[in-house]
Design a protein around this ligand. Structure first.
Ligand SMILES: C[S@@+](CC[C@H](N)C(=O)[O-])C[C@H]1O[C@@H](n2cnc3c(N)ncnc32)[C@H](O)[C@@H]1O
Length: 191
């Protein structure tokens, strides 16, 4: 098993369970609404937790293979993504444990995924020089979607904003940055 190095301020479970906390449904819907994924493509959610991401995609007509190292009551359990030998579906979408974010990216590349879409917190973009030189600089995402809302964890707003990082084929030096929100403009700000 891979040792958890980092810690999420809003973690809701024991690190022994793989830093499990589910992604808010609205964040997955926002990603799906970007139309990054053509209807019917096959997705692998390799750290599926309780299936928050997988269920949202399936309800929108995508076929999803779901697995996780730990048993959170959903998908194939006992499957260590970082030891996987075969790609289960061409498009990888997940919210991996923060401390394993880079490993999930590199493993997805090694498996030759057609696209990789990973969620992390906004500070992850600038939290480490090591990560800059080993991930962001050599492998800049093609798109970064910033969710302009805070994730609710146990009814409370999380400390940081979250982003979806998306890599397609090849390397693009022109990362596109897009804000996403499902919320209406507050009355306070209306002209
Ligand atoms: C932040 S949670 C996210 C769960 C789910 N992806 C979601 O977004 O709702 C991280 C998940 O990674 C799983 N995990 C941790 N290490 C893993 C590994 N090496 N292989 C597969 N899953 C792992 C945990 O069990 C946990 O479910």
């Amino acid at each position: 098993m891979h040792k958890m190095k980092g810690q999420w301020a809003n973690r809701v479970s024991d690190p022994k369970e793989g830093d499990f906390f589910p992604t808010q449904r609205s964040f997955v819907d926002l990603l799906i609404n970007t139309r990054l994924f053509k209807k019917g493509v096959k997705i692998w959610e390799p750290a599926c937790g309780d299936g928050s991401i997988a269920r949202a995609f399936m309800e929108r007509g995508y076929s999803v293979h779901s697995s996780d190292l730990f048993d959170h009551g959903y998908g194939w359990t006992g499957v260590d993504f970082l030891k996987a030998r075969k790609l289960k579906a061409p498009h990888i979408v997940t919210n991996p444990p923060f401390s394993l974010f880079d490993d999930f990216y590199h493993k997805s590349r090694e498996l030759k995924a057609q696209s990789i879409t990973l969620m992390c917190s906004l500070p992850c973009l600038g939290s480490s020089l090591r990560r800059y030189w080993t991930l962001w600089e050599p492998h800049p995402p093609q798109k970064i979607f910033l969710i302009a809302e805070k994730q609710k964890v146990l009814g409370k707003n999380s400390m940081f904003s979250h982003i979806w990082c998306h890599w397609g084929k090849g390397v693009s030096r022109d990362t596109q940055f897009v804000w996403l929100t499902a919320k209406q403009k507050p009355a306070l700000l209306k002209e």
